[in-house]
Design a protein around this ligand. Structure first.
Ligand code: ADE
Ligand code: ZN
Length: 338
């Protein structure tokens, strides 16, 4: 397919995004604007010099910059503007449903109240429902480089707002911080009605994916690239209909893969795994949903059936009601002439 035809095809697909960190959608232009109005000096004196720093050799190098950028977010309005900018952007890419992460501890550790963070985010999600017809779920992620005790404090802070929160996740520095470190807090989170997901097998080994499934009882794995190392694990993902929320441009930028041609998504689809594609931290990794679909499809020569399957899988793996899943999946199939 011609590149322009492929791009046009991808733009029109109705899409669901299930792996997106709101703090990772913080574009440098908005970061400078918010820093200015909050009287905060950034370490970079221009948008261009900040963007030049976006070169990473691994997850940790990225996280160091990502946490620094998030420090300019202070007021409810800042969290609203961050969330609204992301939703407006993906609306232009025909994303119709999102399940987004936020990292409460990145903010509460700086003295920002949990309520300030979540209220700004929630108001933007509501506005998107009303004005852009984007439905959403909200996932609170525990930072795995911090202790389980700290995660318990975050769980406690979330309870007054639990009507606004659909699930909990686990993110940040993976190596040396296995899922097993958070077994108890995930159990407690489930008892409050939260759904469970965790980043696993991004840089970490297939063992971490097993732990996320067996000890944390997650319903989806964020990333999970390393599952192909382990045939028994592949079978477990198939038996449990466990989705993998993959992020190809993120994997490339963080050197999880050396080139896009090495991305495992096509192999995963071949094996029948519920693989999906998302953007992770689009402001840092050079692309939102359409760019992730496009770069992957181009490098791996994905055909229309595979693209349709990826789009269907994301709705299938979402937390929408069975009726809403079916409605969206029918629209994806109709778009591809099925
Ligand atoms: N936080 C934001 N992006 C992340 C990623 N790709 N992995 C782990 N933690 C993250
Ligand atoms: Zn992520």
């Amino acid at each position: 397919m011609e590149s322009s035809d492929l791009l046009k095809l991808i733009r029109g697909i109705p899409k669901a995004e299930l792996h997106l960190h709101l703090e990772g959608s913080f574009e440098p232009e908005l970061m400078f604007e918010i820093a200015h109005r909050n009287n905060i000096r950034l370490d970079y004196n221009s948008i261009e010099s900040l963007k030049k720093a976006y070169k990473f050799n691994n997850l940790q190098e990225f996280l160091d910059i990502y946490y620094t950028g998030a420090q300019v977010l202070i007021h409810e309005r800042d969290f609203f503007d961050l969330t609204w900018a992301y939703l407006s952007k993906v609306h232009s890419q025909n994303v119709v449903h999102v399940e987004v992460f936020f990292d409460p501890q990145t903010h509460t550790d700086r003295g920002i109240a949990f309520e300030v963070v979540i209220t700004g985010i929630y108001k933007a999600l509501q506005k998107a429902k009303e004005e852009l017809n984007i439905s959403s779920k909200l996932i609170m992620s525990y930072l795995r480089h911090l202790s389980q005790e700290e995660a318990f404090k975050t769980l406690e802070s979330s309870i007054p707002h639990k009507e606004w929160i659909d699930g909990v996740g686990l993110d940040s520095s993976e190596m040396g911080n296995p899922p097993s470190k958070f077994t108890e807090v995930f159990k407690a989170s489930a008892s409050h009605g939260y759904k469970l997901v965790a980043h696993a097998g991004e840089e970490g080994p297939a063992d971490y994916i097993w732990e996320a499934l067996d000890l944390l009882n997650v319903v989806r794995i964020d990333h999970g690239n390393r599952c192909l190392d382990d045939p028994a694990l592949i079978q477990r993902l198939l038996d449990g209909n466990i989705a993998l929320t993959l992020c190809p441009l993120s994997n490339l930028e963080l050197k999880v893969i050396q080139k896009m041609e090495d991305h495992p998504v096509a192999k995963m689809l071949d094996k029948g795994i519920l693989a999906t594609i998302h953007s992770d931290d689009p402001a840092y990794f050079g692309g939102y949903m359409n760019e992730n679909y496009y770069e992957t499809a181009k490098a791996l020569n994905l055909d229309e059936t595979q693209l349709m399957q990826l789009a269907i899988n994301a709705f299938e793996a979402s937390w929408l009601s069975p009726e809403d899943k079916e409605k969206h999946i029918s629209l994806v199939k109709a778009y591809f002439g099925h």
